[in-house]
Write a new protein. Structure first.
Length: 151
């Protein structure tokens, strides 16, 4: 009876040791044994695209807490200029006076010359307001807009 228990115990220890040793021989995320270099490692994809709307200035956090932005609507006019409309809603109960300026980028993501100047807009509580701006070049393929409380 004791012999059977000792044999079972020894077999269990041997199986666990083998599993632990075999498990330790592999690198996480690889099908190659430890120490061998894979031919390539796949890069991690960016889950989120680069932001297009930047809230800036000393009160940017407050501005963020008092606004909600919908995805920008981007179209081309007959002159092939980029027209951007950013829907925004004030979530608080006060009118917000903001300024915004846009930078347009080419197909490679490089800024085009001629950032727009600061434009002013008043946002009404509860209403869906639209912030709109145009590119000055047909080369514009994307944009970034900075929004801040009006100075």
């Amino acid at each position: 009876m004791k012999t059977r228990s000792v044999v079972k115990f020894a077999a269990s220890v041997a199986m666990i040791s083998t599993a632990l040793l075999a498990g330790g021989c592999w690198e996480p995320g690889s099908n190659l044994p430890y120490g061998q270099t894979p031919r390539y490692v796949e890069g991690r994809a960016e889950v989120y695209s680069a932001p297009q709307i930047f809230l800036v200035g000393p009160n940017a956090v407050d501005l963020r807490e008092n606004t909600l932005f919908e995805p920008p609507m981007v179209t081309r006019d007959p002159g092939d200029l980029l027209r951007v409309t950013v829907p925004v809603r004030v979530t608080g109960d006060k009118r917000l006076h903001v300024q915004y300026r846009a930078t347009f980028v080419d197909r490679n993501g490089q800024p085009l010359p001629g950032m727009t100047g600061w434009a002013r807009q008043t946002l009404t509580p509860g209403a869906r307001d639209l912030i709109s701006f145009n590119s000055t070049s047909a080369q514009a393929n994307g944009f970034h807009v900075e929004i801040r409380y009006a100075e």
